[in-house]
Write a new protein. Sequence first.
Length: 254
Amino acid sequence: MCNQHEKRVVIFDLDGTLTKSKSDLDKEMASLLSRLLRSRCVAVTSGCSFGQFERQFLSMLPKTANLSNLFLFPTCSASGYYYDKKRRRYYRSYSNLMSKRDVTRILQAFETVFAKLHYVHPRKTYGQVFENRGSQLTFSALGQKAPLHLKQKWDPHQLRRLKMRKLLKPLLRDFEITIGGTTSIDVTRKGVNKTLCVAKLKDHLSVNLPSMLFVGDALFRGGNDHIMKSTGIKCVQVSGPKETKGLIRRMVAG
C-alpha cells in the first residue's frame, strides 16, 4: 500500500469524489482541503466548466486557503487554470478549444446514435441537454440543472451511456469520448483527457510521477477516471465524499 503522506501532489476528481454530482463543496470538505493546501499541491480535474468550478468549488473554500497551491483542470483537463498571486485571480494556462465544425460533427454523431438506439429524450429536462464548454461538448440526458435524485435514477450502472459511447466511437475516431457524472457523456479532442493534467503538473511543478496521487470515484473499467491508471501515478478509488474526507484527514494528520 502506498504511503500517501509522501505524495507532494494530490489530484482529485470533483463530482462523486469531493462533492455529490454538481453540488456545492460542503464546509467540512472545504476545511479539509484548506488544511491539505498548507503542505501539498492540490489539483482538481472534472468534466465541468471553469464557471462551474467557480460556483461549486472555489466560492466555498475558506478565504485563507492557499490558492497558489491549487490547480484546476476543467473540461476533463482540456484546459488548465493556475492562480496568479499578484493579481489574486486564476488565469488560463492552456486550452484545447474545439472548432464550430467539430461541434457540428459531434452533434450529428449523437443524432445518428439516438436514431440507432431509438432513444427518446425525457419529456421534461432541466437546462441544456447539450452544452458547448469550449474545449468540450457535454451531453446531459436530463439537462445541466436536473435534480440529483432524478439523475441518480436515470443510468445508475452506466449501461445506457456505455451503449451510446460504443456507437459514437466509430463515428468520432478523432475525439475522446468519456462517461462523466451521473447522466453525462463528454467529448473532447483526441489526446485530450484527464491524464493531461498529470503531464502539465509534472512539468510546471518539476515533480516526478511517484510523488503524485490521484483520488477518484470511477477508477473501475468504463469509469471516467479509469484512464488515470495509464499515467503510472498511484490511484486510489473512493466511494464518495465521505471516504475522501477520511483519506484527507489521514494525510493532514501525518
